[in-house]
Design a protein. Structure first.
Length: 505
């Protein structure tokens, strides 16, 4: 069997052929707003777009096997609409050669250095290679044509995620080989503990859809896609699981869950252009925009009453940032971002405290501040194109007093706040980042279990703790820092210039 044929055959290996086709047939007959229908749609797109297999043969194969699986032709009451597209057939070798070129470091990869000392070891960063002993075969990613997969480089603020650029970013911004080894251990622990359905519910039942979204963000941050050799199947199953959880209204679940899942799929679409994700991202973002309060904030259950919640809002704004990177942005998203910036600056910010608060009343200035929400508010303004406004400068000043130490005797640590603070300080750079970088990386690396996971988070279980820590250790290459990359800035009107427990339900 040729390598091309082998990769095509692998599409059917993670489930029996007959079982999968029966599941697809049932899904196509299910209501269009159900998870079963979305799963079936995802699989039909994937099967009909395998590399090196012509569209005509694929469609005939899928339809023929569906008829065999259900014992007869599909009747009129369960008709399936088939949208015929004309992809360019691509040989596997061509794609592999393009991917190899994508992963090569850019010509100026070593010219972006800043004076940030490495932590732990002073040696050059040595990126751990794939662990081939337990690696599973890669599956074919559901791409509709040649152009989405073959990208000459990652766009915009995600430009450092490719393998060569990632190594350069680690050196430039203070990362170490020990930190990257910790990331690889975490990704392998997540791979090992993923369930057959694509979730991590067996090891952390806290909120399966949200945990799958956080895990997917970890893999995407490392530029792992369904085409990746070691983690391809893990990423693909996570994507399909999340897509299957979206209902007809576009929601993935409660407010935190929906923001996280939309965020993850938007990043996934931005990196891969997998057409099966596009519909879910658009519907998920529309649900967020519809749930935004008139004055730009968000609350539990997307309520528009007399309360806003910065913790809920933080995930919605991160999702907006990711959606902007997909190229799917429209006037509604741009207006939502503008309103969000106004909300963070005029309502979430407390001028007397110099930081951002957890909750308040729409239309009134913030009355308090906390470390975790100051991290969230500062980062969201940075991500939404406002890195130099007075509120960001004040927030960074407020955060100078924060330290990052893992208690020697164990116990809960404020991971949720650290997640935001790490990114906010990285986006600014400079001496504050150098100081924080030395603290947080040492604390996280030292607290990681030998099998690659973390415990001790302030919310959830081991998947929550592991993903939050992993995302922090990937900060060096997740997004370009604002002082290195010019984003499109949304114009907004200028403004004058006891920690709260965050409920990640």
């Amino acid at each position: 069997m040729s390598e091309q044929d082998r990769d095509t055959t692998l599409l059917m290996m993670d489930e029996s052929m007959r079982g999968r086709l029966v599941r697809i047939a049932r899904g196509l007959r299910a209501p269009k707003d159900s998870g079963e229908f979305r799963y079936a749609k995802f699989e039909v797109i994937r099967m009909s777009s395998s590399w090196g297999v012509s569209l005509g043969i694929s469609v005939l194969l899928v339809v023929g096997l569906l008829v065999f699986a259900v014992g007869g032709a599909l009747t009129k009451d369960s008709a399936v609409e088939v949208v015929v597209m004309t992809p360019e057939n691509v040989k596997l070798d061509e794609i592999k050669e393009e991917i190899k070129r994508v992963d090569e470091p850019p010509p100026d990869a070593d010219n972006n250095s800043m004076d940030a000392p490495t932590i732990g070891d002073a040696s050059a960063v040595d990126i751990p290679g794939p662990k081939t002993a337990d690696a599973t075969p890669a599956t074919t990613t559901p791409i509709m044509s040649k152009s989405p997969l073959i990208m000459k480089g990652l766009a915009g603020s995600m430009a450092n995620r490719g393998a060569g650029a990632r190594s350069g970013a680690l050196r430039s911004y203070g990362g170490t080989g020990r930190g990257e080894e910790a990331v690889m251990r975490a990704l392998r622990w997540l791979k090992k503990n993923q369930g057959a359905d694509g979730s991590w519910a067996a090891v952390d039942p806290t909120d399966p859809a949200a945990m799958a979204g956080l895990a997917l963000l970890c893999f995407l941050a490392h530029n792992e896609t369904p085409a990746s050799e070691e983690f391809g199947q893990t990423v693909e199953k996570a994507m399909k699981y999340i897509v299957s959880k979206q209902n007809g209204a576009g929601s993935f679940g409660r407010d935190y869950t929906h923001g996280i899942c939309t965020y993850a799929l938007a990043e996934g679409y931005a990196l891969t252009k997998i057409m099966a994700l596009k519909d879910s991202v658009e519907k998920g973002m529309a649900f967020i925009i519809n749930g935004q309060q008139p004055l730009g904030g968000f609350n539990y259950g997307y309520e528009k009453g007399a309360r806003w919640d910065m913790s809920v809002a933080g995930w919605q704004f991160q999702a907006m940032k990711a959606a902007k990177m997909t190229g799917l942005a429209d006037d509604k998203l741009n207006n939502a971002i503008t309103n969000g910036i106004e909300f963070i600056r005029k309502q979430a910010f407390c001028a007397t405290a110099g930081g951002f608060g957890y909750s308040g009343v729409p239309g009134t200035p913030g009355a308090s501040a906390s470390q975790s929400m100051t991290g969230a508010g500062t980062l969201c303004l940075q991500l939404l194109g406002q890195p130099n406004v007075p509120e960001v400068r004040a927030g960074l000043e407020y955060l100078k007093a924060v330290t990052c130490e893992w208690p020697a005797g164990g116990g809960k640590v404020p991971m949720y706040g650290w997640y935001y603070i790490t990114q906010a300080k990285f986006q600014k750079g400079g001496k504050d980042w150098d100081t924080w970088n030395a603290q947080f990386s040492k604390a996280l690396i030292g607290a990681q279990a030998k099998d690659g996971h973390w415990d001790g988070g302030d919310h959830g279980g081991p998947v929550y703790s592991t993903t939050i820590c992993c995302l922090m250790l990937e900060v060096y290459y997740r997004y370009l820092p604002t002082y290195k990359h010019s984003e499109e800035v949304v114009e907004v009107k200028p403004t004058a210039t006891d920690d709260v427990v965050v409920d990640v339900r």
